[in-house]
Design a binder for this molecule. Structure first.
Ligand code: TRP
Length: 444
C-alpha cells in the first residue's frame, strides 16, 4: 500500500526561505518518491486563528498556492487543495472536538505560551485567547485524519500537535469501536528542519529575521543575505564556520562537498562579505528558475483558482464517503434508513432509492476490508465478503455495477462476479433496489 504523506502551511505570511527549506522542499521531494501518495494543503482556516486581516489572508493564499506549484509540486500527481474548500474538515473537527479531552488541550504549547504571557502581564490568564487558538490542535487533527495520513512532515514546533492528533484519533477509534482513523506519525527532516534567520534565531516571521523566497526578486534576496549577522572578524582572520549561521544556511542548500569547501574557506580566513556573496549565488542558483515560474503563476490567479478547486474535488472524493461513515458511526443517521432497517421490505419505490446510490468502504476489527452498497436514502443493500487487501476490495467494488449478476438466495440475494458470490443482501433490501442502484452507478 502507498504511504500517505500530508502536510499543510498556514496562510498568514509571505513564504520565506525557512518555509521553503523546512517544509516545501522536503515535501515536494517526498511527493515524487514511488509509493508515496501526497496531500498538500493551504491551512487557511488555521490562518484565521492568527490573523484577522482579510487582505493578508487572501494575499497569502495566493502567494502560497503559487509558491508550492513554482517549487515543483505537480497537482496531477499529488492532492493539492485549500482546507476551506473541504467542508468535511470543519465537520470532522466537531466530531473530534467532542472526544478531545479539554485537559489535553490545556497542555498545548501555543495556548500555554499565551497563558504564561498573560500571567507575566498580570492580566486574566485567558485574556485575548480565542476558542480558535485553544482548539487549534483539534482542527489540525481533523486535517490529518480526514485523509488517514500515515506520515506528516512538519517542523519541530508541531510535534506536540501530532501527538495530540494521534491521541484524539485513537480515542475516537476506541470510543466508536473501529479503526476509523490511521494514527499519523510525525516526520522531521533532521538536517534542515529549522533554518536560522538573519540574527541566528530560528527563521520566523515573528522574529522579523526572514529571507524572502520570491517576493522582491533577486535584489531582495541579496539584500537580506547581506544583513545576516556575523561576528566582527576581518578578512584574513580564521572564522568559526560551525558556529556561524551563515554556514548553517549555506549547508542547507549545498552538497556535502560544497559545504566542506565553504567551511574550509571560512576557517582559512574568507571574509564575511565574500561568504555572503557565495551564499547568495548558491541560493539564487536554486531559486531563480522557481521564481520565474512563480511570477507567471501570480500573474494568473484564475488558473491557480482552477487548480485548487480541482484539488478540492479530488480530496472530497475521499472526504465525502469518509464523513458519511463517521456520521453513521456517531449516530447521525438517516431516520428513514433506521426505519427501513426495522421494518421488513422496502417502503420506497426502487427507482427513487437508486438516485445517488453509493458504495461505502470500511475496515473490520480483524483488519479485513469490506464495502457496502447503499441506496440514496442511506439504507443498506449489499455487504461484501471480507478482503485482506483494500485494493482487492476496491477492484471488486469497481467492477460490481457493470459486471455483477444478482441472484436470489434463501430469503435474500447475492451479487456474483465470475460466478462467485462477492456480496450478500442486507435485511430488508430487495433485489429490485439493488439492481436499480447498481444500474445507476454503472451509468456513472
Ligand atoms: N499547524 C501547522 C503549522 O503551523 C500547519 C498545519 C495545519 C498542518 N494543519 C496541518 C501541518 C496538518 C501538518 C498537518 O505549521
Amino acid at each position: 500500500m502507498n504511504t500517505r504523506v500530508l502536510t499543510g502551511i498556514t496562510t498568514t505570511g509571505t513564504p520565506h526561505l525557512g518555509n521553503y527549506a523546512g517544509a516545501i522542499r522536503p515535501a515536494v521531494r517526498a511527493s515524487t518518491q514511488p509509493g508515496v501518495d501526497a496531500f498538500f494543503f493551504l491551512a487557511d482556516y488555521h490562518a484565521l486563528i492568527k490573523c484577522d486581516d482579510p487582505a493578508r489572508v487572501a494575499r497569502s493564499r495566493l502567494e502560497l498556492a503559487a509558491t508550492w506549484l513554482a517549487c515543483g509540486l505537480d497537482p496531477e500527481r499529488v492532492t493539492f487543495y485549500r482546507q476551506s474548500d473541504i467542508p468535511e474538515i470543519p465537520e470532522l473537527t466537531w466530531l473530534l472536538t467532542c472526544v478531545a479531552p479539554k485537559g489535553l488541550m490545556n497542555r498545548a504549547h501555543a495556548y500555554k505560551a499565551s497563558v504564561d504571557a498573560n500571567a507575566e502581564k498580570g492580566v486574566d490568564p485567558d485574556d485575548g485567547i480565542t476558542m480558535g487558538l485553544f482548539s487549534y490542535p483539534v482542527l489540525m487533527a481533523a486535517d490529518i485524519v480526514m485523509f488517514n495520513a500515515h506520515k506528516v512532515p512538519v517542523g519541530r514546533d508541531q510535534v506536540q500537535h501530532l501527538e495530540m492528533a494521534r491521541d484524539i484519533a485513537d480515542r475516537f477509534n476506541r470510543l466508536y469501536g473501529d479503526d476509523f482513523f490511521v494514527l499519523p506519525e510525525v516526520q522531521i527532516e533532521e538536517e534542515v528542519a529549522t533554518l536560522p534567520g538573519l540574527d541566528g534565531r530560528k527563521m520566523s516571521k515573528s522574529y522579523n529575521n526572514t529571507v524572502p523566497l520570491f517576493e522582491g526578486g533577486a535584489p531582495a534576496l541579496r539584500a537580506a543575505i547581506m544583513r545576516i549577522v556575523t561576528d566582527s572578524k576581518q578578512p584574513g582572520e580564521p572564522k568559526d564556520a560551525e558556529g556561524s549561521h551563515l554556514y548553517t544556511l549555506y549547508r542547507a542548500f549545498a552538497t556535502t562537498t560544497q559545504s566542506d569547501v565553504f567551511r574550509k574557506q571560512l576557517e582559512e580566513g574568507m571574509g564575511w562579505g565574500q561568504a555572503k556573496q557565495a551564499l547568495y549565488e548558491k541560493l539564487e542558483g536554486e531559486i531563480a528558475p522557481m521564481r520565474e515560474r512563480y511570477d507567471t503563476l501570480i500573474a494568473n490567479p484564475a488558473r491557480l483558482e482552477e487548480v485548487l478547486l480541482a484539488g478540492a474535488a479530488k480530496a472530497r472524493r475521499l472526504a465525502t464517503p469518509a464523513i458519511e461513515r463517521l456520521r453513521e458511526a456517531v449516530g447521525l443517521r438517516n431516520l428513514n434508513a433506521e426505519a427501513l432497517k426495522k421494518t421488513t421490505g422496502s417502503g420506497k419505490p426502487a427507482e427513487k432509492a437508486a438516485k445517488g446510490a453509493r458504495f461505502v468502504s470500511f475496515r473490520e476489527k480483524d483488519g479485513s476490508f469490506r464495502f457496502r452498497l447503499m441506496s440514496a436514502d442511506g439504507s443498506e443493500l449489499l455487504t461484501s465478503i471480507p478482503y485482506a487487501d483494500a485494493r482487492q476490495a476496491g477492484a471488486v467494488l469497481k467492477r460490481l455495477p457493470s459486471d455483477a449478476a444478482l441472484q436470489a438466495q434463501g430469503e435474500g440475494f447475492a451479487a456474483l462476479l465470475d460466478g462467485a458470490a462477492v456480496a450478500q443482501s442486507a435485511a430488508g433490501a430487495t433485489l429490485d433496489q439493488a439492481r436499480t442502484a447498481l444500474a445507476s452507478l454503472a451509468q456513472g
